[in-house]
Design a protein around this ligand. Structure first.
Ligand SMILES: CC(C)(COP(=O)(O)OP(=O)(O)OC[C@H]1O[C@@H](n2cnc3c(N)ncnc32)[C@H](O)[C@@H]1OP(=O)(O)O)[C@@H](O)C(=O)NCCC(=O)NCCSC(=O)c1cc(O)c2ccccc2c1O
Length: 142
């Protein structure tokens, strides 16, 4: 089962032609990633402030298939494809009324915010992420 959450397309998320502006999508994606961690009890605030850990993206591969417009509801489906020692391979499918609007392959690496080097996943994160694990969605290009 992927992690699922919905987000409204607001007026400020759109360009002058009325379709989604892609930086707004990426900003929503960060909120979605944060909500996924919160769903298994790990808050980013605690990770960053107390444990001094960060979650920068190393790689993104985005496909915009159809435009979304003001008033649409974006349904995010986040699949965990692989949990490495410090890396995390996510595949997110975003739909409006069951139609795929955009997809993103995202490689995140857990890092120390002290030296900005990679850091192994803490056990609670690894366990929580396993909830959404779909290794069958891994592709050779990932
Ligand atoms: C992220 C890096 C520190 C990694 O450096 P490096 O590659 O030297 O580290 P390792 O050799 O230890 O590898 C770690 C891990 O990554 C895998 N890997 C490395 N390169 C690749 C690759 N090209 N393709 C696939 N996989 C790769 C490697 O196999 C290891 O996997 P394991 O699972 O085996 O451990 C360094 O690259 C770096 O600093 N990059 C810059 C990151 C950046 O600036 N991103 C821009 C956006 S930042 C951002 O979005 C963001 C930052 C935050 O601090 C946040 C904090 C909290 C929440 C959100 C944040 C956020 O969104």
């Amino acid at each position: 089962m992927p992690f699922k959450i919905s987000k409204p397309m607001r007026f400020g998320d759109c360009d002058l032609t009325g379709i989604a502006y892609h930086p707004a999508y990426l900003s929503m994606l960060v909120d979605v990633n944060e909500a996924m961690f919160a769903s298994f009890g790990v808050t980013w605030k605690e990770l960053m402030y107390d444990r001094k850990l960060g979650l920068p993206s190393l790689k993104m591969n985005i496909l915009f298939k159809k435009p979304a417009v003001y008033g649409d509801t974006l349904d995010f489906n986040v699949h965990v494809r692989r949990i490495g020692k410090s890396s995390l391979d996510l595949y997110t499918v975003v739909e409006v009324d069951g139609e795929v609007i955009w997809t993103i392959e995202q490689l995140i690496v857990m890092t120390s915010t002290v030296d900005h080097k990679s850091h192994p996943w803490p056990e609670d994160c690894r366990l929580g992420l396993t909830t959404y694990l779909h290794p069958e969605l891994l592709t050779d290009e990932a």
